[in-house]
Design a protein around this ligand. Structure first.
Ligand code: ADP
Length: 396
């Protein structure tokens, strides 16, 4: 089956066409600046990457560009649209309604819309993407794969906040967690690589990208994760603060003469590694600045690593043990100094890192020494493949 995977943001749309039989990516690309002007990227497997400026006033235009590129006589990878058997959509928030991926029906669309207020920046964009595909590919089965679904196994003790219980029952204020597709894929792959029984293994997944979260996976189930009601919680991220004292919000509002919306904008867009370093949200820039002797950049990186250490330690405690710790996403896959910085403090678990193995980038590798009691790995994430797998299973 050929599955089109769509990850739709408010002004962008990432896509991949995956052959589910071989799990090969046939073509992939990105639509950017939708509703502003428009940039379109398309890359067939083994072919040249094509980048062009094409006006994209809305997502429907972007989806039509994707379909044209895939069926293009010279550089396309399919003869016509009937070869696309199903479309898998990444949907950010499924609230408590979705504990797994689901075939999209009118009722499902309604239920996704009901989750909009939990993810006002993301879910409406996901819905726009689904509707655009439905219009241009009528009759093709579509599947929604939720970022939150994998974490629905968290026990109440882990997902409740210490606030009036009625806020949970009335409004659904609780921890949901995100990056679920990634945590699920990476933990499963880790068990396979190590030959562990996934239903018994205790794995801590560190998804460290621009957005970052940690997940405790016990027996194949998420039992704790660092993002919360929203993706602002937990680790220090590229531009997001992660965990701060809720009392700091009022304090900052008073000092800076901001309303709540203003404070939220700072915490989402001007904080994290960017806010701390004053340099950039990108670890490559941070590392360059550190090399140039920038003390603030070093402080940002140290704080980032410290926060990861404290969450990993907490999650090992939550699971009462750990078999493997695994790093993934942009920073986790590429930045060896972050990995060794985190693992330096994990000696108490019997962890030792082989610095030579740790110098790899972006490859599935066991980076702990052979005699390390707990294994440490790098496993590149592949959310699109997970979406394609779920889509195939449901569309069949
Ligand atoms: P997201 O999907 O959340 O946007 P990614 O998982 O793609 O993020 O991660 C992007 C981040 O990964 C970049 O902002 C940068 O900090 C980091 N990164 C990417 N490549 C490298 C590298 N070679 N060395 C260090 N950090 C890197």
């Amino acid at each position: 089956m050929k599955i089109l995977v769509i990850n739709c943001g408010s002004s962008s749309l990432k896509y991949q066409l995956i052959d589910s039989a071989t799990e090969a990516v046939l073509a992939k690309g990105l639509c950017e600046r939708i509703g502003i002007d428009g940039k379109f990227t398309y890359q067939p497997a083994g072919g040249e990457k094509q980048v062009s400026d094409i006006d994209q006033p809305d997502h429907k235009k972007s989806v039509s560009l994707v379909l044209e590129a895939l069926t293009n006589k010279e550089t396309g990878v399919i003869a016509d649209l009937s070869e696309i058997s199903a479309v898998g959509h990444r949907v950010v928030h499924g609230g408590e309604k979705f504990a797994s991926s689901t075939l999209i029906t009118d009722d499902v669309m309604k239920a996704i819309e009901e989750c909009n207020d939990l993810a006002p920046l993301h879910n409406p964009a996901n819905i726009i993407g689904i509707n655009a595909c439905k219009e241009l590919m009528p009759g093709v089965p579509m599947v929604a794969v939720f970022d939150t679904a994998f974490h629905q196994t968290m026990p109440e003790e882990a997902f409740l906040y210490g606030i009036p219980y009625s806020y949970y029952t009335k409004y659904g204020v609780r921890k949901y967690g995100f990056h679920g597709t990634s945590h699920s894929y990476v933990s499963k792959r880790t068990a396979e690589i190590l030959g562990l029984d996934y239903n018994k293994a205790k794995i801590v997944v560190c998804h460290l990208g621009n957005g970052a979260s940690i997940c405790a996976v016990d027996g194949g189930k998420s039992v704790e994760t660092s993002m919360g009601l929203t993706p602002l919680m937990g680790l220090i991220m590229g531009t997001r603060s992660g965990e701060i004292d809720p009392g700091a919000m009022e304090f900052i509002a008073n000092k800076e003469n901001l309303d709540l919306k203003g404070v939220m904008a700072i915490l989402n867009k001007k904080s994290g590694v960017l806010g701390l370093s004053g340099v950039s949200s990108d670890f490559r820039d941070i590392d360059d600045a550190i090399k140039d002797g920038n003390a603030q950049a070093k402080a940002a990186k140290d704080a980032f690593i410290h926060r990861v250490i404290s969450y990993v330690g907490g999650y090992v405690a939550v699971m009462n043990g750990v078999d493997a710790i695994v790093f993934t996403a942009g920073i986790g896959e590429n930045d060896k100094s972050v990995r060794s910085g985190v693992c330096k403090n994990l000696g108490y678990l019997g962890i030792t890192i082989d610095e030579e193995k740790n110098s790899i980038r972006g490859e599935e590798t066991i980076i702990s020494t052979d005699d390390s009691k707990v294994k440490v790995l790098v496993v590149p994430t592949n959310e699109e493949l997970m979406i394609a797998r779920d889509t195939e299973a449901l569309a069949k």
